[in-house]
Design a protein around this ligand. Structure first.
Ligand SMILES: [Zn+2]
Ligand SMILES: [Zn+2]
Length: 253
């Protein structure tokens, strides 16, 4: 079974010059991937890339929370019904880059979670330096949602444990391979294989073997090989398991 990239941003300008070549390499190496929206334009562009093997998620990133108004909400509902759209997000809280005030972030996050419950769609969560508040919001909303991915997990092992107790999947990106990321590796160690996912978050966070270069979806294989070794599971087995998990949470199984 081939690997899946559960989270990338192929619509971003970093891929403008060679997008179709990157996609060809991705679809050759992987089973499928999900292009994640970060606002209305980015979500629309993600939808436009859908084809066999490419799905989309539409949502509003906390960076842009202040501009999430009624018009944006309606547009998001419209985009969510496009063919190929499998989830809502990324959405969440980012207190590291506080580009929108916290109150706006929280409102934007909760409104999207409510929408996801109404539409019965899984969600893709972005959380940076906001573990406590994200956990509290998710605790209230998750019982009504069909699935939840903690994308590019960056929290403590305790927070991983908490997210797992809520029923979330935990997705690790290339930064789990960085030499100083011991805390992240501890979180990956305690995540059971049946709740584990891998992603690239391309064009960001290329795994150590490609560090400093632009990341692309095919690089998820390098992160998966690293996780397999970390968890002492044969790579083929971990790839098959994480691809099944991805299909389950995105409703593609
Ligand atoms: Zn993110
Ligand atoms: Zn992302």
């Amino acid at each position: 079974m081939k690997a899946v990239d559960t989270h990338c941003h192929l619509q971003m300008p970093q891929f403008d010059e060679d997008r179709e070549e990157v996609i060809a390499r991705a679809l050759d190496a992987l089973q499928w991937l999900v292009v994640i929206g970060d606002g209305i334009d980015g979500s629309q562009a993600a939808c436009a890339l859908c084809r066999p093997g490419i799905h989309a998620s539409v949502g509003f990133h906390p960076y842009r929370a202040t501009s999430f108004d009624e018009k944006a909400r309606e547009k998001l509902i419209e985009l969510a019904s496009q063919p190929g759209v499998v989830a809502l997000g990324e959405m969440g809280l980012d207190y590291y880059n506080e580009f929108s005030p916290r109150a706006d972030q929280r409102r934007c996050f909760e409104e999207q979670l409510t929408l996801a419950a109404e539409l019965a769609m899984p969600v893709v969560i972005h959380c940076r330096d906001a573990d406590e508040d994200t956990g509290a919001v998710l605790r209230d909303h998750l019982p009504r949602l069909p699935g939840c991915i903690m994308h590019c997990f960056g929290g403590s092992p305790d927070f991983a444990e908490y997210c797992l107790s809520l029923g979330c999947y935990i997705s690790f990106a290339g930064n789990v391979t960085f030499p100083k990321a011991e805390k992240l590796r501890d979180a990956a160690r305690i995540t059971p294989p049946e709740r584990l996912l891998a992603e690239t978050d391309a064009p960001y966070l290329a795994p150590q073997s490609y560090r400093g270069k632009r990341c692309e979806p095919a690089h998820v294989i390098s992160t998966l090989a690293f996780l397999a070794e970390l968890k002492d599971i044969p790579a083929e087995e971990l790839i098959a398991r994480t691809s099944r998990n991805a299909a389950e949470v995105y409703g593609l199984s």
